[in-house]
Ligand binder design. Structure first.
Ligand SMILES: Cc1cc2nc3c(=O)[nH]c(=O)nc-3n(C[C@H](O)[C@H](O)[C@H](O)COP(=O)(O)O)c2cc1C
Length: 375
């Protein structure tokens, strides 16, 4: 891989801004956001692709963990990739970041995972109570990358092929003042912040993902910090046309595309709420919705057949375990997260798909279904 294969994430933010649109990101998703999926969403307009969370300690110590947790493309375009780590020791995050820096555009620290095993080990969301530790982790990581020869000067290194980003993904606290303190500490000095950008998942650790995101908290946090650091939102980005807030950056978003899915339509959610304006938000990150519809950021309301085909082509070159491939396809063939609930195949057909025993069966099954829908 060549240095010129890498684009600085802050440059990607700038590019989106110059096009007067949000930056589009696919979320870190344990099990799912592996190379073939990242390549698929990249082909459909996603600007930055997160890996699943990788445990830094294991990654540093174990070659098998490295081989299985992080795969990159050695031929064809490498999507701008952010490697997310779970860590709670500065040296561990710094070391793991040093290992992946030659192969990724940036590294990210997960401060949002709510699972009890993670919190019990002070990983993920438990870090929301440890702001100094988070600050120390990002400072040590920057320093290690700088010593390794990477450009970690943020905007100063935006055009350098050696430029790399260090970022974090957080949740919010019940008392938003704690989140303000957290961000203030982690950002550090006004003129030389410790992180390149920030992703906010505006739910508390205890909030179920069925509860809508806290748009008011997002508005306050972006109003307060959005001029100092580019901010992405993670949560409820279901389609570009049905966001739970509004922004001047949506004005020039291209019209959404209804997929010619053949349409097994079920009930649509037509609830309308007045939308809060979030002018200082820079980007959108999607997890559940992009899993169901990798073409989301190309403006598709539901998953098109073409995206299934693209995914299968990517899987052929960057293989996934067969069961995982099936999981992905059942997500892509099921009703998505947006208001349009039409699907590529029926529920019964989906059940039949899950009975496919191997890739050959699966490819035949998909070809047959697609052919039937065409005719
Ligand atoms: C299957 C799955 C795996 C996830 N794994 C991670 C992860 O590894 N790291 C992380 O920070 N968040 C993880 N999340 C949380 C998402 O990145 C995201 O913040 C959350 O799902 C809200 O976004 P959504 O409404 O677009 O789904 C995961 C979510 C899902 C559904």
């Amino acid at each position: 891989m060549m240095d010129s294969d890498f684009v600085h994430p802050l440059k990607v933010f700038d590019l989106a801004k110059s096009q007067r649109r949000f930056l589009y990101a696919s979320a870190p998703m344990v099990r799912y956001s592996k190379l073939a999926f990242r390549q698929t969403v990249y082909e459909y307009g996603t600007d930055l692709c997160w890996t699943p969370m990788i445990l830094a300690k294991e990654f540093n110590r174990n070659q098998f963990a490295r081989d299985s947790d992080f795969t990159i493309s050695t031929s064809g375009p490498q999507p701008p990739t952010i490697v997310q780590f779970g860590a709670n020791v500065p040296l561990e995050l710094a070391r793991a970041s040093s290992l992946v820096a030659p192969f990724a555009s940036g590294v990210d620290l997960n401060c949002g995972c709510p699972q009890s095993w993670a919190c019990a080990e002070t990983l993920g969301a438990a870090l929301m109570e440890r702001r100094e530790l988070v600050r120390d982790m990002v400072i040590e990581t920057r320093e290690r990358l700088r010593q390794d020869g990477w450009g970690v000067g943020k905007e100063k290194d935006i055009n350098s092929p050696k430029g790399r980003s260090v970022s974090i993904k957080i949740r919010v606290h019940k008392d938003l003042r704690k989140t303000m303190d957290f961000i203030t500490t982690v950002l550090g000095p006004e003129q030389d912040r410790h992180i390149d950008f920030l992703t906010i998942h505006p739910r508390m650790r205890s909030t179920p993902s069925s509860t809508p995101i806290n748009v008011e908290a997002l508005q306050i946090l972006t109003d307060t910090f959005g001029d100092r650091v580019p901010i992405l939102v993670s949560g409820d980005v279901f389609t570009l046309s049905a966001l739970p807030f509004t922004s001047p950056l949506l004005a020039s978003t291209s019209p959404t595309i209804s997929s010619s899915s053949g349409g097994h339509t079920t009930t649509a959610d037509t609830k309308k709420k007045p939308l809060v304006e979030i002018p200082k938000l820079a980007g959108l990150m999607s997890a559940r919705a992009i899993l169901a519809n990798p073409a989301l950021f190309a403006g598709y309301e539901t998953c098109p057949w073409e995206a299934v085909e693209t995914f299968m082509n990517k899987v052929a070159r960057a293989p996934l375990p067969f069961k995982l491939t099936l999981h992905h396809l059942s997500e892509m063939c099921a009703p998505g997260m947006g208001p349009n609930k039409s699907t590529l195949i029926t529920k019964a057909e989906r059940a039949a798909m899950l009975n496919c025993a191997n890739m050959v069966d699966l490819v035949d099954f998909l070809d047959e279904k697609r052919e039937i829908k065409r005719s």
